[in-house]
Design a protein around this ligand. Structure first.
Ligand code: COA
Length: 390
């Protein structure tokens, strides 16, 4: 039985910051951000968007009435959860009006959470071929103003419908995963900003990639020439390129050229959104599928997932016949072209805004947020959400 990605949705908040303007205000050469890091724009979430609403908006795009009945498992990968107890998946389940006979859970392992969700979903569908699983990857990447990680912030979510006989990509069975306790990036429960040893995280990202890629080749007999494209977890778009470069020499000239061209396509969306942590790999896949017309049914895509701390996994998928007809290209172009640029001072003000932590009531102005699903405020220590379409 084929199991894989049937639909792939995406959402980013409507505000963004131009990286050259951030560079100017931080007295940094803009080329460092646009070339050295490889980011052009950073999505900035207003107060009315959190990990729950970003994910719900991404899912709203793909989930139709039939899916609402068939989905019996919602898996929410995030490291920006809004509650230490209640899963973000339960909020999304309600906001979308899904079948109540469903499981709803949250999965955490830095940027690896959504991949864990997808593999779990695959097992679930193997046991329950008629069901569909909604896997969400939603995060807000925050390092702090004037930090070296600031240029790699971002916000957004992906929503993947995993099913049997998928329309976009069938996941292959062979995969290699690896865990080792590394302090390259972490966020203690008392902090709303991540701590990172940037250089160590870069090194470990590549070390884990080399490890799982070599194991994968040994286990399957596959080689670089068997791949039409490689997608990477992209904390910033230069990072995946650094990993790809370490294996390119294994391919023929044609293969090298193809992989480099497809790598570029797989980074276009991420360049304009920034790091969305657990959704980044799938945003890169979406960028590849929606930007390139060189791919065809049967092409094998390699996927490298890395979640600091750390867990890495290399797995693969085969594109399905007519996959192009199941993408939401127009909607995504509209999403990007309708965003509003904000100034550095505006970004700094939004960055410092917080919700009350003393149980008091606050009502947020959702009229300024074009998203269908918004956070409307807080009351009695409870987040209040609205689906404007309901
Ligand atoms: N023009 C072009 N490139 C320039 C440049 C310029 N004027 N100035 C610097 N660069 C290049 C550097 O050569 C470097 O490239 P390289 O990595 O290929 O050597 C790149 O820009 C980044 O410069 P660097 O000095 O290393 O940046 P930094 O120390 O300020 O921080 C990170 C970079 C990624 C470590 C930092 O943003 C970070 O900590 N991010 C969060 C953690 C993260 O994303 N980890 C990734 C793995 S999960």
């Amino acid at each position: 039985m084929k199991i894989g990605i049937d639909k792939l949705g995406f959402y980013a908040p409507h505000l963004y910051l131009d990286m050259t303007k951030l560079a100017d205000s931080r007295n940094v050469d803009p080329d460092k951000f646009t070339i050295g890091i490889g980011q052009d724009k950073m999505a900035v979430p207003p107060m009315t968007q959190d990990a729950v609403t970003l994910a719900a908006n991404a899912a709203l795009e793909i989930v139709d009435e039939t899916d609402k009945e068939a989905i019996d498992f919602v898996i929410f990968g995030t490291e920006t959860g809004v509650d230490s107890s209640k899963s973000a998946a339960v909020y999304v389940h309600e906001l979308l009006g899904l079948n109540p006979y469903a499981r709803a859970i949250e999965v955490k392992q830095a940027c690896y959470g959504a991949t864990a969700g997808i593999q779990m979903a695959k097992g679930h569908i193997m046991m329950n071929p008629d069901s569909k699983v909604l896997v969400l990857g939603s995060d807000i990447a925050r390092y702090g103003l004037n930090t070296s990680g600031e240029a790699t912030q971002g916000a957004g979510a992906v929503a993947l419908l995993i099913s049997a006989d998928p329309h976009i990509m069938a996941l292959e069975d062979q995969s290699v995963y690896f865990t080792s306790d590394i302090m390259d990036f972490w966020r203690p429960v008392y902090s709303d900003k991540a701590f990172a040893d940037g250089k160590l995280s870069n090194e470990q990202y590549i070390a884990f990639f080399s490890n799982v890629w070599e194991q994968y080749k040994a286990k399957t007999g596959m080689e670089l020439n068997d791949f039409a494209a490689m997608c990477y977890h992209l904390p910033y778009t230069k990072m995946g390129y650094k990993a790809l470069k370490t294996i390119l020499d294994d391919g023929t000239d044609d293969v090298q050229e193809r992989l480099l061209a497809n790598y570029k396509q797989s980074t276009e969306y991420n360049r304009d959104v920034g790091n969305i942590y657990t959704g980044s790999l799938y945003l890169s896949l979406l960028s590849l599928l929606e930007q390139t017309d060189d791919l065809k049914a049967g092409d094998r895509i390699g996927m490298y997932s890395y979640g600091s701390g750390a867990v890495g996994e290399f797995f693969t998928g085969l594109l399905q016949p007519g996959y192009q007809e199941h993408l939401y290209v127009e909607q995504h172009h509209r999403l990007f072209s309708s965003r509003t640029e904000i100034t550095v001072p505006e970004y700094e003000t939004i960055f410092e805004e917080t919700l009350p932590t003393d149980g008091s009531t606050v009502e947020l102005d959702i009229d300024r947020d074009p998203a269908d699903i918004c956070l409307t405020g807080m009351a009695d220590d409870k987040r209040q959400y609205v689906n404007k379409l309901k």
